[in-house]
Ligand binder design. Structure first.
Ligand code: GDP
Ligand code: IMO
Ligand code: MG
Length: 434
């Protein structure tokens, strides 16, 4: 049975958590493979409404093993908090496993994230402030602390002393801030290590055993491909690889690219972005407010799941989306939040960009170009009827069907699943993903 990766196709918050929660029904293992607790995945099912930052969205099914892979940056305090909240709400975490090769977000990572954003001033990235970027800096610099290091005081002391030997110089001399204390860090993190010990597992072994025994495995992406360190709107990106290109997904759980059979891309029916950086189709009018505040009365508007920041809103951009389809080798799409467009008289879709009188059909690398492009729009009639109750494609209003078919054509990829609400069952399965 296949290993399927679910990735975000835009700038994050496409509804990956919601889609994984639905698809996990048939899977044996659900694993997070990248990023850290900068992610915020909302799941609404018969157990209630949950916002997960690290625990995979499969946790609500008692028979699924949920894995946090080696590619994830873990803030142990956040993870233990999340585990505690799930337990308090009656969700068992007995099948949660964490790779001891995963990197740990340490206090200096959170501090450096804040100090560096302040130093950048107007050029700030608009990070989530969770220390994820500096944690990946330490990983690449071979200075990182891994979950395995939390298991033994001597190892932890040695690693923290080495890292702080470097970072305290930077913290005091570059940023003029107070240094951090080695013993304080070690004490707290050793305790986290003890509390996490029962959850340690081998992500590679768990995934490959399930795969070879004929079970489905779902790899849950975080963020979106346009925030990808390599392929996104650099430098306004995250510090990891949300796309599945270069086998980012396999890398993050310790399996090979040939083990992955399918990549499903999740796209909103329009676009959002939190944080700074170019956003060609961004809207600043009433339509943006209408889309942002859809469902606000239930706390379900377009506001960051992790930070609560209002999300920037724009029309669906098929230039960047097609780029994303290609970089991920997508075989199927899930289109979410179609119902959010229900009330609109007309809907626009960006089909190309114009710059200095020239049409651009491919997504440019240059930040200064992306900031200046003018979107070329195709306008379509809206349907102005609710779709939240629809479960079959043919029952969608004809204008909604035409919208979906046109998006499919522009993205050069079939839309196999349409989400018409945040709850598990509010979906139209056009073709079973597995
Ligand atoms: P993720 O980070 O990709 O998992 O997405 P988030 O959870 O950050 O943001 C997606 C938001 O959209 C959440 O509030 C979901 O509950 C909600 N959502 C997902 N799919 C749909 C949908 O089809 N319709 C509506 N109205 N809301 C949805
Ligand atoms: P999910 O998984 C949306 C954005 C931040 C910022 C940039 C860098 O919920 O889709 P970072 O803290 O990663 O260094 O910030 O990336 N960002 C996200 N935006 N959804 C996310 O995750 C994000 N994770 C990071 O807003 O622009
Ligand atoms: Mg999110």
């Amino acid at each position: 049975m296949p290993i399927v990766v679910v990735i975000g196709g835009q700038w994050g918050d496409e509804g990956k958590g919601r889609i994984v929660d639905l698809l996990a029904r048939k899977a044996r293992v659900v694993a997070r493979y990248s990023a850290g607790n900068n992610a915020g995945h909302t799941i609404i099912n018969e157990k209630g409404e949950f916002k997960l930052h690290l625990v995979p969205a499969g946790i609500f099914y008692p028979d699924k093993t949920c894995v946090i892979g080696n590619g994830v940056a873990i803030d142990p305090e956040v993870l233990l908090g999340e585990i505690g909240t799930l337990q308090e709400r009656g969700i068992s975490v007995s099948r949660l496993r964490i790779s001891d090769r995963a990197q740990v977000i340490m206090p200096w990572h959170r501090l450096l994230d804040r100090l560096e954003e302040e130093r950048r001033g107007d050029a700030a990235i608009g990070t989530t402030g969770r220390g994820v970027g500096p944690c990946f800096v330490d990983k690449v610099a071979r200075r990182g602390i891994r979950i395995a290091d939390l298991m033994r005081s001597e190892d932890l002391n040695e690693r923290v002393r080495a890292a702080l030997g470097y970072w305290n110089q930077v913290i005091t001399k570059v940023y003029g801030a107070e240094p951090l204390d080695v013993d304080e860090c070690c004490g707290a993190y050793r305790e986290y290590g003890e509390r996490l010990t029962p959850f340690i597992g081998d992500s590679q072994d768990i995934i490959l055993k399930a795969h070879r025994a004929g079970h489905y495995v779902l790899l849950e992406g975080a963020q979106g491909s346009l925030l990808d360190l390599d392929h996104g709107t650099y430098p306004y990106v995250t510090s990891s690889v949300p796309s599945s290109s270069s086998s980012g997904a396999g890398l993050g759980v310790g399996i090979g690219p040939t083990d992955i059979q399918r990549v499903v891309g999740v796209f909103k029916s329009y676009c959002t972005r939190v944080g700074n950086g170019p956003f060609p189709t961004e809207l600043f009018d009433d339509v943006a407010d209408t889309l942002r505040d859809h469902g606000k009365e239930y706390g379900r508007g377009e506001y960051g799941t992790t930070t609560g920041r209002p999300r920037r809103i724009g029309w669906l951009d098929t230039v960047s989306a097609r780029y994303s389809v290609r970089m991920n080798g997508l075989a199927a799409l899930a289109l979410t939040r179609l119902d959010v467009l229900d009330g609109l008289e007309t809907i626009k879709v960006c089909t190309g960009y114009e710059l200095d009188g020239q049409r651009i059909d491919n997504f440019p690398a240059r930040h200064s170009m992306l900031e200046r492009v003018t979107p070329i729009y195709e306008e379509m009639p809206g349907w102005q009827r609710p779709t939240t109750h629809v479960r079959n494609f043919d029952d969608l209003p004809p204008q909604a069907q035409s919208f979906v078919r046109r998006v499919e054509q522009l993205l050069e990829c079939p839309i196999d699943l349409i989400s018409v609400g945040p709850e598990r069952e509010q979906a139209i399965i056009v073709n079973p993903i597995f």
